[in-house]
Design a protein around this ligand. Structure first.
Ligand code: PLP
Length: 434
């Protein structure tokens, strides 16, 4: 007897292409976009097929509210093992004693940390969004800025100083001694230099603040030994798992302090989240396992080497960089100070032209930017994803040359077409991980 078509439609064994050709086609198009463009957004990467397999697994089916051994649902035995492995590997990777692997994202990790360690209305100290901080570090449109009281420390703005564009540590200390914040945050979204965690701890101790590092951007560099670790200096460390760390999209909170660990666990669940995304936690465990291997150390080192090579290539072509260079995986082109831009090119123009050529970056404010966040005077560029594809210094020199030609041509059609072709050829030589 023929089955009724609604039953057939609901058969869970059918492929995505047959169940939902529209979504399937969109995913296919996106896969092709990633394969044939240069992904240079500093917060993005190409995660491994193993991570994607875990994230696409049957672990998405289960509710596991609670923590290993203390769940509110039955049938969690395998999930307990998955979460315990993720925690154990995170602790080994970052050299700490406690980890909460449940935050759905970096923003959730930060919100839970605020919720755990601050009372509503408490003062905390951070860098402001337009200077390279993150929305969750006190932006007036975010809960962190609406419910708590941020005071922001500056970067060094004096071009004559050798530490121009670096964190102004003396100003951090002065501000902290004046405002006595309960929490001091280091770690940023668009800061190209190393962070002196030790100096931050000295300041935190002096003013009586808890020191929090948000290493969302540099987690992979820390894990791979290419950036100093926030431990043992910081009381609490938050991160994402999908940027330089190259895992699934997600968040993580770590500490060595058992009291803070208890508060964080409560603040994540039941404080601010419900059921954990166990398929993503499995992906995090796979990512931490990958990052514990020697190959990942080599990867992290190459990310930094590639960024230095790209920075040199851009600077030698007269493009100015915030802080005049980079120590990590990213750089910020400062178009206001770049001769070829002649004061005319905005971050919006530049990232739009580069996008047309298949070089994917993002417009970004630079310190004391007078242009709006939708226009900006800067472009943020990073090397994590290209390094995953196998790019080395020689290719970074080619990329610097392409960026230079696109921007100098002011996005001229013939230049864009030529560079787009070169990008495709480069992508064919260095396929994404499959
Ligand atoms: N913290 C920093 C420093 C970030 O750069 C980001 C994301 O860009 C986040 C937190 C938030 O992460 P998510 O987008 O996963 O919420």
């Amino acid at each position: 007897m023929p089955q009724d078509s609604s039953t057939l439609d609901a058969t869970p064994t059918q492929t995505l292409a047959s169940v939902d050709p529209q979504i399937s086609k969109l995913i296919h198009s996106e896969q092709e976009r990633q394969e044939f463009t240069l992904e240079m957004i500093a917060s993005e990467n190409h995660t491994s097929p193993a991570v994607m397999e875990a994230v696409g697994s049957c672990l998405t089916n289960k509710y596991c509210e609670g923590y290993p051994g203390k769940r509110y649902y039955s049938g969690c035995a395998f999930y307990d093992e998955v979460e315990k492995l993720a925690i154990e590997r995170a602790c080994k990777l970052f050299g700490c004693q406690f980890a909460n692997v449940q935050p759905h994202s970096g923003a959730n990790a930060n919100m839970a940390t605020f919720f755990a360690l601050l009372d509503i209305g408490d003062t905390f100290c951070s860098v402001e969004l337009s200077d390279g901080g993150h929305l969750t570090h006190g932006s007036p449109v975010n809960i962190s800025g609406k419910w708590y009281k941020p005071v922001h420390y500056p970067l060094v703005y004096d071009e004559a100083r050798p530490d121009f564009g670096f964190i102004d540590y003396d100003a951090v200390e002065k501000l902290c001694m004046t405002h006595k914040p309960r929490l001091l945050i280091c770690g940023y979204s668009a800061y190209p230099r190393k962070i002196d965690f030790n100096r931050f701890r000295e300041i935190a101790d002096k003013c009586g603040a808890i020191l929090m590092a948000d290493i969302a951007h540099i987690a992979g560099l820390v894990a791979g030994g290419s950036h100093e670790s926030p431990f043992p200096h910081c009381h609490v460390v938050t991160t994402t798992t999908h940027k330089t760390l190259r895992g699934p999209r997600g968040g993580l909170v770590m500490t060595n302090d058992p009291e803070i660990a208890k508060k964080i666990d409560k603040a994540v669940f039941p404080g601010s989240q419900g059921g954990p995304l166990m398929h993503v936690i499995a992906g995090k465990a796979v990512c931490f396992g990958e990052a514990l291997r020697d190959e990942f150390k080599a990867y992290a080192k190459q990310v930094v080497t590639n960024a230095a090579s790209l920075a040199k290539g851009l600077q030698s072509r007269d493009w100015a960089l915030a802080s005049n260079g980079t120590d990590n995986h990213l750089m910020l082109m400062d178009l206001r100070r770049s001769k070829p831009a002649n004061g005319e090119i905005t971050g919006k123009d530049a990232s739009g032209w580069l996008d047309n050529a298949g070089i994917i970056t993002n417009k970004n404010t630079v310190a004391r930017d007078e242009r709006s966040p939708m226009v900006t005077s800067g472009v943020r560029i990073g090397t994590p994803a290209l390094t995953t594809r196998g790019f080395k210094e020689d290719q970074m020199e080619d990329v610097a040359d392409m960026i230079d030609r696109v921007l100098r041509s002011r996005g001229a059609e013939n230049t864009i077409r030529k560079v787009r072709g070169e990008v495709v050829e480069l992508c064919k030589q260095f396929p994404m991980p499959h």
